[in-house]
Design a protein around this ligand. Sequence first.
Ligand SMILES: Nc1ncnc2c1ncn2[C@@H]1O[C@H](COP(=O)(O)OP(=O)(O)OP(=O)(O)O)[C@@H](O)[C@H]1O
Ligand SMILES: [Mg+2]
Length: 247
Amino acid sequence: MSGASISVQGLAHRYGRAAAALTVLDRLDIEVDGGGYVAITGASGAGKSTLLSVLGGLDAPQRGTVVIDENDLHDLSRNGLADYRRDTVGFVFQHFGLLDTLTAAENIELACSLDGMRPRARRSRARELLEAVGLLERRDHRPTALSGGERQRVAIARALANRPRLVLADEPTGNLDDGSTERVIELLESLPADHACTLVLVTHDRRLAARAQQRYELRGGRLHPSTKVTTEHATAIGDPEEPDAVA
Ligand SMILES: Nc1ncnc2c1ncn2[C@@H]1O[C@H](COP(=O)(O)OP(=O)(O)OP(=O)(O)O)[C@@H](O)[C@H]1O
Ligand SMILES: [Mg+2]
């Protein structure tokens, strides 16, 4: 089993009505194979979070088609969208979104309970996920007793609770220092292979975006392929075309 495929055609999204309407997404297209890793950059207000809301079933698509595996989101009722979110999607946000009154393990167990898992299965799933993100020894700590990077790793574990086939991460490293950012990104990048999901990452950091298989800039309501940031890489490995590199 691999991650969910994404097929979006002509997606439009606007806020408000008539003269006051703000068109945020404008005939946007994107195709992603199951198990893919997509990074999206774009200016503040470009519509990145709006796009993730639609892909994640938080907002119904207004126009165009959005098909995630066999789910055409246009055809789903409110309840259908809620089922789709619970069964298919895992969300990771900039501000972690953990409940401060619960321990790391309990935050994950709570997410498992939404899927109707029994208490024993919930405890074992939480344990397995905390181990996967390297925080088993922190299982009884509340979020306030964890560093930012540790909180985000718990939040990623929680996003995986119900074995989502699509993980949507909105600025997941926006609140982290460089060291924590690297660890969180490595963890996210491992998800398609290790947890059989497709990953869509929104980031302001072009260096992080450059590591994805598919890279886009959201601009003018559409996704534009963005070229890989290759300069550092080329310098590090040397360019065979470069005369100096030939002995
Ligand atoms: N519920 C809403 N009602 C009206 N306008 C909204 C709503 N949500 C977002 N917008 C507007 O839509 C535009 C796109 O917002 P969105 O949050 O998708 O941008 P973004 O690319 O995620 O920005 P950022 O990088 O700052 O998070 C913005 O101009 C925003 O003000
Ligand atoms: Mg945003």
